[in-house]
Design a binder for this molecule. Structure first.
Ligand code: PFF
Length: 452
């Protein structure tokens, strides 16, 4: 099978494909609500520091594992050390947990996209709109089913490439739109500037262990790390392409999109809430509750609102496709069932698990797991437990079993590895210790043993 592995054509092909997987709802929906909740500027600072040191090193490690072994996660970890084969399985299982709830949010995006077409601009700006939408049983379920259905059809028909082409055109437009909406809000709305200050200026008073916890979970999620994706991408990458330069580009682009999304949403929250701190704590609904208010007062808001949500839809779709593709191919490899059957199995599983997340806001909103709603619970399990576990073992394997040289040699097949020192230091010492501390504290916190 591996001898048939196709490779990306050239450097841009790899960077674009990996960036397409990295940039998604994580940047536009998840990053801003975490930044709002966990202290604004201080969260941003911690995130950026982690991205350029830790995220960078882990992404290099994963791409190098993929390219050197030419295998996807499950087989690659087995090849590195049989005792650690389980890390591959954990990584492969993570996308299966993310895909269902990712598609629930994708469904919300579609609902808003069509809302602007249907001329509901003003209705959508009302305070109660988002709450009553997700508080309904049938409608969010339908939008979710539609989103995951579209994802499944694309994966089943094998037309991912076409969608990726569309999304390559959409991505720059999305970035320009986000910039435009940010500038519009900051320049025209009273109170928005306070939001800019809150978002940009690190304030140690807002710092807590949770800031680091949230930033690290977000880093894995946003950069598609610790779930086998970058290993698979690496296995398709040609030897003469620089892993280091490509990683830098993906990381910088991903972080810029997240940064801009925060700049678009947080000042708007300040402008519309009159500085009420509770407004920052809206969680998963922040983007949906805030942006329609901006579009409502903007000239041409219906069009801009529609344009924005359709771009987000495409960014979400390329990510959900790569999530589903990963789960389908692992299932296919492991069970040797046909691609069609694997797609259908993943679809049915996702429909069931996603329905639980969706109903967690309506019929089952009184049911809590570890004090969390279902969607937040799945998000917690994948981002704050499973990904740190996978990342921890990846650091151990590279740092102490095969040794950093093993990965550095792979990076150096295409020239000097300028940050080899940083890489070794991070992978051997800093990253595993930080991850372990974070993992332990987030689990103790969730179990109510320690209050962070
Ligand atoms: N990195 C994506 C985002 O930020 O939205 C989420 C994701 C997509 C993770 C695809 C993993 C993946 F395979």
């Amino acid at each position: 099978m591996d001898s048939k592995r196709s490779t990306f054509t050239g450097k841009i092909g790899f960077v674009l494909a990996a960036a397409g997987s990295a940039v998604g709802l994580g940047n536009i929906w998840r990053f801003p609500y975490l930044a709002a909740k966990y202290g604004g500027g201080i969260f941003l600072l911690v995130y950026i520091i982690l991205a350029v040191t830790f995220g960078f090193s882990l992404m290099i490690a994963e791409i190098a594992i993929g390219r050197k072994t030419g295998l996807s996660a499950v087989e690659a970890y087995k090849k590195l050390d049989r005792r650690f084969a389980f890390v591959g399985y954990i990584s492969a299982f993570i996308p299966a947990i993310i895909l269902p709830y990712y598609s629930v949010i994708g469904g919300w995006v579609m609902k808003y996209m069509f809302g602007f077409v249907a001329g509901e601009k003003t209705a959508m700006a009302a305070d109660s709109y988002f709450g009553s939408f997700i508080g309904g049983v049938g409608e969010p379920l339908l939008w979710f089913a539609l989103f995951i259905g579209i994802t499944a059809v694309i994966v089943l028909m094998g037309v991912e490439k076409g969608i990726e082409k569309v999304s390559k055109v959409m991505m720059p437009i999305l970035v320009i739109l986000i910039l435009f909406i940010s500038i519009y809000t900051i320049v025209t709305m009273d109170g928005a500037w306070e939001g800019v200050v809150y978002y940009i200026k690190p304030d140690l008073a807002h710092f807590s262990v949770k800031t680091i916890l949230a930033a690290m979970g977000q880093l894995f999620y946003s950069m598609s790390l610790a779930m086998g994706i970058m290993i698979t991408f690496g296995s398709y990458m040609k030897k003469d392409i620089s892993i280091e330069a490509s990683t830098r580009q993906i990381e910088v682009f991903d972080t810029i999109v997240a940064f801009l999304a925060g700049l678009m949403i947080i000042p708007a929250v300040f402008a519309f809430s009159g500085g009420d701190p509770n407004a920052l704590n809206k969680g998963a609904g922040l983007m949906f509750a805030t942006l329609p208010k901006v579009f409502d007062v903007m000239a041409g808001g219906s069009f801009i609102g529609f344009a924005f949500f359709i771009m987000v839809f495409f960014a979400a779709l390329t990510s959900s496709i790569s999530l589903m593709e990963t789960v389908v191919s692992v299932l296919q490899d492991k069970t040797s069932i046909s691609r069609k059957k694997a797609c259908i199995a993943v679809l049915v599983f996702s429909l069931l698990l996603g329905a639980v997340s969706s109903l967690g806001y309506s019929a089952w909103d009184s049911v809590k797991l570890l004090g969390l709603q279902f969607l937040d619970f799945f998000d917690f399990v994948s981002n704050s437990v499973m990904m740190p576990v996978a990342a921890f073992f990846t650091c151990l394997i590279i740092g102490y079993i095969v040794k950093p040289r093993w990965a550095i040699d792979e990076v150096e097949t295409s020239g000097k590895f300028k940050s080899a020192g940083l890489f070794t230091f991070m992978i051997k010492y800093i990253a595993p210790v930080c991850i372990l501390l974070i993992l332990i504290s987030s689990v103790l916190d969730a179990l109510g043993i320690v209050k962070l």
